[in-house]
Design a protein around this ligand. Structure first.
Ligand code: R5P
Length: 311
């Protein structure tokens, strides 16, 4: 594989990139990313990548420079005559702006897809896209992995007795149903309303959670308003132990303080986005998705099926 594949890391999540190359028994390609004195991004690939199968690992969480850096690295690879360029995007930023649900708003998830494609990407490997339909925003192949197997294994190890999986909104029901089936658990739903962006209100819990242990399951935790409010409503409805699990630890604003003060016992996330604020909140458990992404990269290169990674 080393002869034909080059693995490039952007600067957004170098630790994850290092773990992926370690899983694959390879080294990162020698690429220098930096800043010019005016703040513009500079990229230089210090190895020959002509004719290579190139994978660029870069989540596109804020700041916007992460996305811009990905685009610039893709362009550098294209101009260096890579034979195929795969953008490995462990977290696809702007995914939640995926439809025109109010007048005069953009569909930024589509705009981002256009930008990535225009930069010259041949295919995309994503992890837990906020909505599966985002795959269709691209006219190149998109593999959308699920972090569920990683989260499931950890949560199974907790040996909950009477477990209910709670989807904190209607959009998460499919994920919640699949998870509860595999945990042999019940499913409940929180009826969430958003009066405006970044504020949420849990109106009702649909389902019986009295006396149950709970896993609140979501794809993204941003302000943590959703999971902490759901936890309060669940506690009021008689839930016992409450943990939350989500793939992407965006953790914006007061998220960590909110989680720390909440009745949630533990918040399980993955390293799709780096988490560095362990001192602010001791309740966060970070699981490693590098074997999942590494194996998908290997299988994409060798043209094997990746469907076994979904189970
Ligand atoms: C929304 O549709 C997502 O699945 C998450 O529920 C949401 O992004 C969580 O946001 P916050 O943590 O800000 O409530």
């Amino acid at each position: 594989m080393e002869d034909h594949v080059k693995l490039i890391s952007g600067s957004a999540n170098i630790e994850l990139s290092r773990k992926i190359v370690e899983y694959l028994g390879m080294e990162l390609c020698d690429v220098k990313t930096g800043r010019f004195s005016d703040g513009e991004i500079s990229v230089r690939i210090n190895e020959n990548i002509r004719g290579k199968d190139v994978f660029i690992i870069q989540p596109t969480n804020p700041p916007g420079d992460n996305l811009l850096e990905l685009l610039i690295i893709i362009d550098a690879c294209f101009r260096a005559s890579a034979s195929r360029i795969t953008a490995v995007i462990p977290y696809y930023g702007y995914a939640r702006q995926d439809r025109k649900d109010q007048p005069r708003v953009p569909i930024t998830a589509k705009l981002v897809a256009n930008l990535i494609e225009t930069a010259g990407v041949s295919r995309v490997l994503a992890l837990e896209l906020h909505a599966a339909q985002i795959q269709g925003f691209f006219d190149v192949q998109v593999d959308n992995l699920f972090a569920t197997p990683v989260l499931l294994e950890y949560i199974k190890g907790k040996n909950f007795k009477d477990l209910t999986v709670v989807s904190p909104d209607v959009g998460g029901i499919k994920m919640g149903r699949a998870f509860s089936k595999r945990m042999d658990a019940k499913l409940a739903i929180a009826d969430k309303r958003r009066a405006k962006a970044d504020t949420s209100e849990i109106m009702n819990i649909i389902g019986d959670v009295d006396g149950s242990d709970i896993v609140i399951l979501d794809d993204i935790i941003s302000t943590a308003g959703t999971i902490t409010q759901a936890a309060e409503a669940l506690r009021a409805a008689g839930a016992k132990r409450i943990i939350a699990a989500a793939t992407h630890p965006v953790f914006s604003g007061e998220a960590l303080e909110r989680i720390e003060k909440s009745c949630i016992e533990e918040v399980v996330v993955t390293n799709s986005i780096p988490f560095k604020d362990g001192k602010k909140c001791g309740k966060i458990k970070v699981l490693d998705v590098s074997p999942l992404l590494g194996e998908a990269i290997r299988r994409i290169h060798t043209e094997e099926s990746i469907s076994m990674l979904f189970v």
